[in-house]
Design a protein around this ligand. Structure first.
Ligand SMILES: Nc1ncnc2c1ncn2[C@@H]1O[C@H](COP(=O)(O)OP(=O)(O)OP(=O)(O)O)[C@@H](O)[C@H]1O
Ligand SMILES: O=P(O)(O)OC[C@H]1O[C@H](OP(=O)(O)OP(=O)(O)O)[C@H](O)[C@@H]1O
Ligand SMILES: [Mg+2]
Length: 306
């Protein structure tokens, strides 16, 4: 890192972003939605933010919990699985679940084979990129088992699913989202160790140079990101309904605090506006129609503050 860059980082809030992989693109979308302006030069893993006293540090997702935990970086985005694997309990706080990067960490074994349960794996060989979590999980099973043996946990950095076919392992512990990788490798899940999604984490050990303005900036950016996440999760539902049906309508669209009810020129009717979970909107529209609502409009949110 050039002396110039080191100097210009001094006094700035540092925000860690996964440098590549599954979480990268979504993180860029969040930063754009939060109006964090920067230009990432080719290959450079640190860049200054133009419109805030902040710099972005692009790091492997697996390293982010440790950097944030040790206070080198003020806050960051990574997977809950990475936080658990880094064993940084008490050193970082999870500020916000980000609703992407959803996956499960599962114990998987060959479909064709003699291993049917995790107990069958006790004393055998398990290959994984999550040696801490797999070690804790099988350590516990080993202790409970009457076999008096230790399950061998071996680390590989990627393409974990190939380990069984290559004769390296009897089972694996790896991430599953669609299940495509697992099925293509002739494996099936026999246990889920944890479920995960991307999260915003914050250091519990602020840098000695941090002051109140730093804490305020971390809060402001976290709130902006929360707004972008909520905008992706909710839609705005507007409709007209007879005034006497408002109590029923409020049950269907309670809103986050309460629905907005506005008078119309016709005294017997009102207009209602309410935030609704995107995942529930079709069902909500059916129910609104059933209770006599009309002109039901659903509008996507570009951004919001919640
Ligand atoms: N298939 C997936 N679906 C959803 N989220 C995933 C998936 N795979 C990984 N993740 C999430 O993204 C995080 C980073 O995984 P990613 O695969 O990007 O990192 P990596 O394996 O270090 O990088 P790469 O695969 O590019 O070498 C994981 O810790 C997990 O939280
Ligand atoms: O259930 P699926 O939708 O198939 O996704 C799961 C796969 O995604 C990740 O791998 P990635 O593509 O990051 O490759 P890697 O093994 O090299 O990390 C993970 O390690 C699984 O292999
Ligand atoms: Mg990967």
């Amino acid at each position: 890192m050039s002396a110039f860059l080191t100097e210009s980082l001094a006094g700035r809030v540092l925000f860690a972003i996964p440098k590549k992989g599954r979480l990268y693109e979504k993180c860029l979308q969040l930063l754009a939605g939060a109006d964090v302006q920067f230009t990432r030069s080719n290959r450079l893993d640190v860049c200054l933010v133009r419109n805030h006293n902040m710099a972005l540090v692009f790091l492997p997702a697996a390293d982010i919990p440790r950097f944030v935990g040790e206070g080198n970086v003020d806050f960051g985005i990574t997977g809950q699985d990475m936080v658990a694997e880094a064993d940084v309990n008490g050193l970082v706080s999870e500020v916000l679940a980000l609703e992407f990067g959803k996956c499960k960490l599962q114990v998987q074994v060959p479909l064709a084979g003699d291993i049917k349960t995790v107990d069958d794996l006790v004393g055998r060989k398990v290959v994984t990129s999550f040696e801490v979590l797999a070690g804790q999980y099988f350590g516990e099973l080993d202790r409970k088992s009457a076999k008096g043996v230790q399950t061998k946990i071996e680390y590989v950095g990627g393409s974990v699913e190939a380990a069984c076919a290559l004769g390296l392992a009897d089972g694996i512990v790896d991430l599953v989202e669609s299940g495509e990788t697992m099925r293509a490798a002739g494996l099936h899940p026999i246990e889920t160790i944890l479920t995960s999604q991307a999260v915003l984490i914050r250091s519990n050990k602020p840098k000695p140079s941090s002051d109140a303005s730093h804490a305020a900036l971390i809060d402001r950016i976290s709130q902006r990101i929360a707004g972008v996440v909520a905008a992706g999760k909710f839609v705005l539902c507007n409709y007209n309904i007879r005034r006497d049906m408002v109590p029923e309508a409020t049950k269907v669209t309670p809103g986050r605090r309460a629905p907005t009810v506005s008078p119309l020129d016709d005294p017997e009717w009102v207009a209602v506006s309410s935030m609704v979970l995107k995942a529930q909107v079709a069902d909500v529209m059916d129910r609104l129609q059933e209770i006599g609502a009309s002109d039901i409009l659903v509008v996507g949110l570009q951004n919001c503050r919640v």
